[in-house]
Every structure is written in structure tokens, then in C-alpha cells.
Design a protein around this ligand. Structure first.
Ligand code: NDP
Ligand code: 8X3
Length: 268
């Protein structure tokens, strides 16, 4: 907790699921050690404002400063203006959690909607790359070649492609490749580049995949005991809280009933 105290953390996709839980977990963990600053971003600004209020109510005003910022990472112009528009007290970013991401549909080629292809790539891949490039200059201005944390949320889907997920899996494989290259490019700095790959987590993820069809989304988790977003949030905050010389480069996290992307034990 002490290592996180005073830091400024930016989380993309903080309006729901893993991003939202990660915001709470950072605030809770640092509260006892003097607190930190959170910049919560997503498209749904009303949800972010509510989350900011709830976090302050839980950990206390003196222990956290939360700034909700509307940001669509799939829009390069918005990402470009993001750092510049931050109030001075939130500009010295220490941790970037690239979490915003989504899947659309289960269509197979040649039936995959072009719009869905673009949405997934523009958000999951280009958005993550643009955010990283927007914030890295802040990290690299620091002594000893620079310092800061980049935590990318990949997926088991980036390691094991499956039918009906070709585009989503490709975006997550791209994140993995970008993350590994970036770690090498920054080897002379103290910037830590880390990837966290969850298996099945129950969030709004499947509701988004099925275009709002809650019944189809619920069926994904039928007979399973999926991870909760808090389970992943704990890992995110753990890796950010290690000693400066420790880089948790790569993690794969399953619920106990899952052994591979498509290997799920379901209670009948
Ligand atoms: P949720 O749907 O609950 O959350 C996704 C978040 O991403 C929301 O806050 C959403 O906010 C945000 N988001 C989507 N598009 C954009 C955009 N264009 N710009 C900014 N924010 C955006 O799902 P999860 O919490 O499960 O997903 C978080 C990450 O975890 C994703 O990268 C996902 O691929 C990954 N993941 C999820 C797994 C799962 O089983 N749930 C497993 C493995 C990885 P808003 O709509 O307000 O913009
Ligand atoms: C989410 C996991 O396997 O449902 O990234 O695509 S999966």
C-alpha cells in the first residue's frame, strides 16, 4: 500500500466490470497509506461520476482524489487531447491501466459485420496503443531513463483463438504482441510493462457481446462459477504495488472450473 501512496493512476474503461473494480481496489489499498489520485475514463460519464462519488464515500475524502473524464479510446483525437486537458494536479501520471475493451458478436467469417471488426480493433488495439503513446512521454521525462507502469488487460483469448471469436482473439493477440515489443523497447528505463490475461469474468462483457441480450449473456455463465471483476482488480493492484525492480510481466488467471479458453467444467 505504501508503494502506491501519492501515485496518479489512469484507468480506461472504468465505468464497468474490471475497470470499475480496479478503481475501488486502488483506492482501498492506498487509503491506509495516505491515498492516491485516480483518473477514471470511459464513454459513460454519468456512471464514472457515480463511481467517483461511491469511492470517495467508501474510503473518505482525505484518502483519494477522483477525476471522472469522458474519453472514447477508439477516437484518436480524443486520446490526443486527453493529457493536455487534465488539471495540473492529475497530470503527473504514474500508472496506466489499459483496460477498455469489448467483443461484438459471435459471427464467423464471411459473416462478420465490418462495423464490429472496426469497433473491436479501434478500441482494443488502436485505442490501447494511442493511450500508451499519449502517456509514455510523461513517464520518459523522469530520471534514470523514466519510470511508470503500463498494465495491459489482455485475455486468454489472445493466447488461444476460438471459432466465433476470430476478431476479438486477434485484437487480444495484437495486445500481447505490442506489450512484449514495448517491454523490449523500454528496457533501458524503469517503465514496467505488464500484461494481465483473465479467463472468464462475469461483467457486462457478454451483454455487450450479444448486443444487449441479457438471456444470451447469462447462458455463458450457466453452471459456471466465473471470476468476479474484483478478482482481477486485486491482481492489477498487486502488480502495481510490487517493488520498483519487480516486473510481473505476464499473468493468466482462470476460475477453477476453466482450464483453457474453451475448456469449461459446467455443473449440470
Ligand atoms: P465490461 O463491458 O464490464 O467493461 C468494459 C469497459 O470498457 C467499460 O467500462 C466500457 O465503458 C469500456 N469501453 C468500451 N469501449 C470503450 C471505448 N471506445 N472507449 C472507452 N472505454 C470503452 O467488460 P470487462 O470489465 O469484462 O472488460 C474489461 C477488459 O477485460 C476488456 O479489455 C476485456 O476484453 C477484458 N477481458 C474480459 C474478460 C471477461 O470474461 N469479462 C476476460 C478477459 C479479458 P463505456 O461503455 O462507458 O465506454
Ligand atoms: C474474454 C474471454 O474466452 O470469453 O476475453 O473470449 S473469452
Amino acid at each position: 500500500a505504501k508503494r502506491l501512496a501519492g501515485k496518479t493512476v489512469v484507468i480506461t474503461g472504468a465505468s464497468s466490470g474490471i475497470g470499475r473494480s480496479t478503481a475501488f481496489e486502488f483506492a482501498r489499498t492506498a487509503a491506509a497509506a495516505g491515498g492516491l489520485k485516480l483518473v477514471l475514463t470511459a464513454r459513460r460519464i454519468d456512471s464514472l461520476k457515480q463511481i467517483a462519488t461511491d469511492i470517495v464515500a467508501e474510503v473518505g475524502e482525505g484518502n483519494v482524489k477522483v477525476l471522472p473524464v469522458q474519453l472514447d479510446v477508439s477516437k484518436p483525437d480524443e486520446v490526443r487531447g486527453f493529457v493536455e486537458k487534465l488539471p495540473e494536479e492529475f497530470k503527473e501520471i504514474d500508472v496506466l491501466v489499459n483496460n477498455a475493451g469489448l467483443v461484438k458478436g459471435v459471427a464467423r467469417a464471411p459473416q462478420i459485420a465490418e462495423e464490429d471488426v472496426n469497433t473491436m480493433f479501434n478500441t482494443n488495439v488502436t485505442g490501447l496503443i494511442n493511450m500508451t503513446q499519449a502517456i509514455l512521454p510523461i513517464f520518459l521525462r523522469r530520471p534514470n531513463g523514466g519510470s511508470g507502469d503500463i498494465i495491459n488487460i489482455g485475455s486468454v483469448a489472445g493466447r488461444e483463438p476460438y471459432a466465433g471469436g476470430s476478431i476479438y482473439c486477434a485484437t487480444k493477440a495484437a495486445i500481447r504482441s505490442f506489450t512484449d515489443s514495448l517491454r523490449q523497447e523500454l528496457i533501458a528505463s524503469r517503465v514496467r510493462v505488464m500484461e494481465i490475461d483473465p479467463g472468464q469474468v462475469e461483467t457486462e462483457f457478454s451483454v455487450v457481446r450479444f448486443y444487449g441480450d441479457k438471456a444470451k449473456a447469462d447462458a455463458v455463465y450457466a453452471g459456471c462459477d466465473p471470476l468476479t471483476p474484483d478478482d482481477i482488480a486485486e491482481v492489477v493492484v498487486f502488480v502495481a504495488g510490487r517493488r520498483e525492480n519487480v516486473v510481473v510481466a505476464d499473468t493468466l488467471i482462470f476460475p477453477s472450473h476453466q482450464a483453457a479458453a474453451g475448456v469449461m467444467h459446467r455443473k449440470s
